[in-house]
Design a protein. Structure first.
Length: 277
């Protein structure tokens, strides 16, 4: 009996050593290191910029889409410089702005002036259908990209990628899509199919999990809902997506950190498991 236990322990130790050796060979090659995982600024809508950056730093998140409640649209160049300095000190890239809603030409003018002052080469916008010709003029004038955010069944215009492309396919190719995968599922569309079909015009991605693939669906911690996150990550790898994939956690606005940390950890684990390259 004692001899059998010794053999068992020896075998277990050998297997553990083999596993550790195999793991060591992949240090620096984790899938999560190859997908730019960020957080959408709306997630931290109840917190100021300092507290938001503190939470991002704790999770090791290096990308954030900046919302106007953290950096108002009327910010001066000096205020923008100070905000950017905070980002740099925290090791966070405020890689884009928005979503910015535009219901008039004045709104469009204000949005593009804001983007120029900030120095972004892409922003997330939600204009009305009627404003698209004017938006195209501004895209050409300012030489920036705009990703139209999809909102699923919640608002009438731009519910999914198909609707965005129906309205912008013949416009300047710098007008593209911010594909919100949770809203895509809630609208009844296929995340995987849309990622493949519209990959050339997808500039940004908002990722989340949902309790149901219908209008009644609510954001939940990633991995607990109905979204097939592994299939989404495999598709992102297949299409060679190199933009940022930002978690937009709409749940627990007053205390989002536990759910955000769980979701980021889950997403990183999925990236590692599928070997995101």
């Amino acid at each position: 009996m004692k001899k059998n236990r010794i053999v068992t322990w020896a075998l277990s130790a050998a297997l553990l050593l083999e596993a550790c050796t195999a793991s060591a060979q992949f240090v620096g090659e984790r899938g999560a290191d190859n997908l730019k995982i960020g957080v959408a600024g709306f997630t931290f809508r109840a917190f100021d910029a300092d507290r938001t950056l503190e939470m991002l730093k704790r999770m090791g998140v290096k990308y954030v889409s900046v919302k106007d409640f953290h950096l108002p649209l009327n910010s001066t160049p000096e205020q923008i410089a100070a905000f950017r300095a905070k980002l740099a000190a925290a090791g966070v890239d405020g890689y884009t702005l928005g979503p910015i809603y535009m219901n008039s030409k004045a709104d469009v003018d204000r949005a593009f002036d804001y983007v120029k002052r900030y120095g972004a080469d892409m922003f997330i916008g939600v204009p009305t259908y009627e404003l698209l010709p004017y938006v195209e003029e501004k895209i050409r004038e300012y030489d920036v990209r705009m990703a139209i955010h999809t909102h699923g069944p919640d608002i009438a215009h731009f519910p999914d990628a198909a609707d965005v492309m129906a309205h912008v396919a013949d416009l300047d190719p710098r007008i593209g899509i911010c594909l919100d995968l949770g809203h895509t599922a809630r609208f009844g569309a296929s995340c995987v199919k849309d990622l493949k079909k519209y990959r050339k015009r997808i500039f940004d991605i908002h990722i989340k999990d949902e309790t149901k693939a219908s209008k009644e669906g609510q954001t939940c911690e990633m991995g607990r809902g109905v979204m097939d996150i592994p299939a989404i990550v495999r598709t992102l790898r297949k299409i060679g997506y190199r933009g940022v994939c930002s978690l937009e956690f709409e749940k627990d606005g007053q205390d989002p950190l536990p759910g955000v940390a769980e979701s980021i950890g889950y997403l990183r684990g999925v990236c590692d498991a599928v070997g995101y390259r």
